[in-house]
Design a protein around this ligand. Sequence first.
Ligand code: NAI
Length: 254
Amino acid sequence: MTDFEGLKALVTGGASGIGRATAELLAARGAQVAVLDLDPSSVDKPLLAHRADVTDDASVREAVAAAVAELGGHGVLDVLVNNAGIGAQGTVEDNDDAEWHRVMDVNVLGMVRVARAALPHLRASQHAAIVNTCSIAATAGLPQRALYSASKGAVYSLTLAMAADHVREGIRVNCVNPGTVDTPWIGRLLAKAPDSAAERAALEARQPTGRLVTADEVAAAVAYLASPLSGATTGTSLAVDGGMQGLRLRPVSQ
Ligand code: NAI
């Protein structure tokens, strides 16, 4: 018997990267898992797949209802992983209002919409847990990430507020704060850099472990927070960042 046996889970952005690794890990540990994604065409069994755009409330409500029905738990949902998100680069001067609204709409309101649709089902669970994918950008000042950081700072605060609102309903809410994770997203970012090998080396060097985080390592942290074994953990953020937030190392001497 594994810790997720018999539980029903929903993972947004579950067709790629961190979300995909999380959906696969929860399924391997016994959960029945549905993925919500803009493009779920690559998602295979045993994962269930539903198309949804987290910026569209009607699309979210429809997909959450369909996923919960297909999961077969008589309307019960145990785990929500709010993970869908997009990036943005630049200082506060570099993005116009439309881009600020677009990124906040996906990264912040997207989580709000999915949580709103899922809460009635989570209330029916004995082990309800929400895990939001936040970022080290919420807790450390990173250059060229003004908009993205503002969106993840909002996710961090939202996590705490939701944890307070729903603790007496038996719903735990936590977040993971990954450093730079080796996913298709980072692949796209590196492909745009003038020297992608140098850019990758700089990102690796920024993390005290000297390498990028893997999607599986973030998935393991999400599973820890979502597990019924973590029933006393709510309102926390778990760094999965190779030591980037907490450590201050001296340069390696030559
Ligand atoms: P990814 O780009 O590999 O996967 C993101 C998934 O979200 C894709 O499958 C995409 O189709 C889906 N998605 C995007 N917009 C959507 C929408 N409007 N509606 C529904 N689905 C949508 O990205 P990755 O790296 O796996 O990132 C996942 C989460 O992790 C994001 O919230 C990101 O901010 C966060 N994160 C990523 C880090 C990294 O270095 N890769 C570091 C810290 C946080």
